[in-house]
Design a protein around this ligand. Structure first.
Ligand SMILES: [Fe+2]
Ligand SMILES: [Fe+2]
Length: 257
């Protein structure tokens, strides 16, 4: 079985690239299951029910979020209508939505879990390891994939060593910069960061002039997303159908031509 994981979708540029490419990517990588992190899909921060619907109709089996999960408040009203949407376990409001979803894929049950990192992450209400330890006994699935939404590579690597026997994949998100440390450790696929789907000429998906005005010229800006063509980043995880353990992980990075 192959799982395609697509990294943080940023704004219109990233969303339209992902919507247009998902079917092609699914075929190209023979993906049986597709997970999309869409925490930045709505104009750079958050998600709406409409965007969730478009991603699911395009072929996403599960949509994950991150520290910007509830940046668009309207999603809190409609979250019960989004059964395939996963919000981080360790952030407020604790009662909104679900932090893991289990779906059948062939003969296997796949759980997709969302956990926030704690280092340099203001939104986290709990460190990721105790949050996962608390959640793990509730998850009855053959394959568990964790979207670990975190800033610090060390925290993500530590998490993988803590839980590699319990889960099939720990996929880092949030930094928007794809790392080259993908590996399989004792049947657990890992990468510190899958990267983003957003404007290639940008600063993490944000408009370069806006970030420059804010950071260099000290002019307040709204950090608007950049508009140009998008890079698509993610990974494909190959899983042994017998054991439910990962056999390989491959980075995907499709730059605009
Ligand atoms: Fe993000
Ligand atoms: Fe994030």
């Amino acid at each position: 079985m192959n799982i395609l994981f697509i990294g943080d979708v940023v704004a219109r540029s990233g969303l339209s690239a992902v919507l247009h490419s998902m079917e092609r990517l699914r075929k190209q990588y023979e993906a049986d299951f597709v997970v999309v992190n869409a925490e930045n899909a709505a104009n750079g921060k958050g998600i709406t029910e409409a965007i969730y619907g478009r991603l699911v109709r395009a072929g996403a089996d599960v949509v994950t979020l991150g520290n910007h999960a509830f940046a668009k408040k309207e999603i809190l009203n409609g979250i019960e209508n989004c059964p395939l949407l996963v919000r981080p376990e360790n952030m407020e409001p604790a009662g909104a939505g679900q932090s893991f979803v289990i779906r059948r894929c062939g003969t296997k049950k796949i759980a997709v879990v969302s956990i926030l990192g704690h280092a340099f992450m203001n939104a986290a209400t709990e460190e990721p390891i105790p949050a996962m330890q608390r959640l793990l006994p509730e998850i009855r699935a053959d394959i568990i994939l964790v979207d670990l939404h975190a800033e610090a590579t060390s925290e993500k690597i530590l998490f993988m060593y803590q839980f590699h026997k319990d889960v099939t994949a720990v996929i880092g998100t949030h930094t928007h910069v794809q790392t080259a440390d993908e590996r399989v450790f004792e049947g657990c696929a890992f990468i510190s960061d899958a990267g983003m789907c957003g404007a290639y000429d940008s600063i993490l998906g944000r408009d370069i002039d806006e970030v420059t005005d804010s950071a260099v010229n000290k002019i307040p800006t709204r950090f608007q997303p950049a508009k140009g063509p998008a890079v698509i980043c993610g990974v494909v995880i190959r899983i042994d159908d017998e054991t439910g353990r990962a056999s390989s992980i491959e980075r995907i990075q499709i730059r605009p031509s």
